[in-house]
Design a protein around this ligand. Structure first.
Ligand SMILES: Cc1cc2nc3c(=O)[nH]c(=O)nc-3n(C[C@H](O)[C@H](O)[C@H](O)COP(=O)(O)OP(=O)(O)OC[C@H]3O[C@@H](n4cnc5c(N)ncnc54)[C@H](O)[C@@H]3O)c2cc1C
Length: 396
């Protein structure tokens, strides 16, 4: 069932089977309902994500002792790529859940917190979300205002978050909130990470954003209106939450690279098939050199993106000092490749590419967000440039 060799990587048979299962799920379960889910943008259908959970895809990198599949980053990314090839809106749920709340709980949660939340998340029984962004703090995330105030043995949350993927339908959200006080602001060292069950009194999701792409994905604002949490909801140290979030986002970015590669692969597949089928001037489109050059460029950028993601995933797994730079590079390059490939796919389809009756306009819309979330590409260029200087001397 696998369609490719995964770049000649040394995947075990088990890892290949997992990727093949993801491909089969994408083909049989995600592709058939794709247009309907995109068109019904005001309704969020969680069932494809729940089905992924039943297959184990929501606990891919969680060790078996915590009820996960215990797989490595690369296998996870290849599986995510397949899911994104099927439906990028489902892929973003899989990516956020696996790489953000799950990883923070795994690294910094207590054994009690892991029993209570991580294990059911890994089994796919609880869906997790992640909430950092606010109206006044996007790229400058440490400027957030949501306040967690100590109240006896508890924490009281007040504030509003924006752009929370699955913010209404998830079972729990990892929320970053200020734990410093208004008269003693400590920037990124005054932020805590809290597990917030979405059925907590005072957790108030807003309406679903109406978006350019990823319309089948739920993105909402969330207000915390005097929400009270016990200490068991605080992850790790009360002033280290921002660091935990940034660390998780390093891996999260690789997930966005995989999502972008899945979009690029889907757009290239459609363009190649269409160029074979459509004729003008008595020739198939694929016989025009101008179209051949487009397909060649699209395929080359796709493979380059995949190669860079592979390199970055190995650096991440080996905890190499260059992993941060590489994960920014992988996300940056793959998202721009997805944008390029989907735009060229629309061009190969001509006027039909602009029609909602054909699949590539949706991929073009879906691709754009990969240049924006989990750090905009401008921010990734800044990170890469900074790391170039920081790493000087690593090899000396
Ligand atoms: C569909 C979707 C889902 C999302 N899901 C989540 C989620 O689940 N959880 C969550 O917390 N967030 C989520 N986000 C938020 C996302 O991470 C932010 O939108 C992103 O980080 C950018 O922040 P911003 O929108 O406030 O843009 P801004 O930070 O206001 O940036 C605007 C522009 O200015 C540029 N810019 C900003 N600072 C600099 C600088 N120093 N140098 C150069 N250029 C700069 C940016 O690159 C961008 O081009 C989601 C966003 C979208 C669109």
């Amino acid at each position: 069932m696998t369609r490719r060799s995964y770049g000649g990587t040394l995947l075990t048979d088990e890892q290949r089977q997992i990727c093949a299962l993801a491909r089969q799920f994408a083909l049989e379960e995600l592709r058939p309902g794709l247009e309907e889910r995109d068109a019904a943008e005001e309704r969020f259908d969680r069932s494809p994500v729940d089905q992924l959970g039943e297959l184990g895809f929501l606990g891919m990198m969680v060790p078996e002792e915590y009820d996960g599949l215990g797989l490595d980053m690369l296998t996870y990314l290849y599986a995510l790529e397949e899911i994104s090839w099927g439906d990028p809106s489902v892929a973003v749920s899989m990516s956020v859940h696996n790489s953000l709340p799950t990883q923070v709980l795994l690294r910094y949660g207590t054994e009690e917190q892991k029993d209570r939340w991580l294990k059911p998340m890994a089994r796919g029984e609880l869906l997790g979300a992640f909430s950092l962004t606010e109206a006044g703090s996007g790229s400058d995330a440490a400027a957030m205002q949501t306040q967690a105030t100590r109240d006896g043995d508890a924490w009281r949350l007040q504030g509003e978050k924006l752009w929370v993927t699955n913010g209404a339908s998830a079972d729990l959200v990892l929320v970053m909130a200020r734990t410093d006080t208004p008269d003693d602001r400590r920037g990124s060292r005054g932020i805590g990470a809290f597990i917030v069950p979405t059925d907590s009194p005072g957790y108030v999701p807003g309406r679903k954003e109406r978006k350019l792409g990823l319309r089948a994905s739920e993105t909402v604002a969330v207000a915390f209106d005097g929400l009270v949490l016990g200490d068991e909801h605080l992850i790790g140290e009360p002033d280290r939450g921002f660091g935990y979030a940034l660390e998780a986002l390093e891996g999260g970015r690789l997930g966005i690279a995989a999502q972008a590669i899945g979009i690029g692969e889907a757009a290239l597949d459609h363009a190649r098939d269409y160029a074979e089928m459509r004729s003008q001037f008595g020739k198939r489109l694929r016989d025009f050199q101008a179209i051949q050059f487009k397909l060649a460029e699209m395929a080359t950028r796709l493979e380059a993106a995949r190669g860079l993601m592979y390199r970055a995933a190995l650096a991440y797994t080996a905890n190499e000092p260059r992993r941060r730079k590489l994960s920014s590079m992988a996300k940056l390059y793959a998202s721009e490749a997805a944008m390029y490939i989907s735009r060229e796919a629309v061009q190969v389809f001509g006027g039909y590419g602009y029609s909602r009756e054909y699949p590539v306009e949706k991929l073009f819309r879906d691709a754009k967000v990969t240049e924006i979330y989990e750090g905009t590409n401008e921010i990734h260029r800044l990170i890469i440039a900074r790391e170039l200087y920081l790493e000087r001397g690593l090899d000396q």
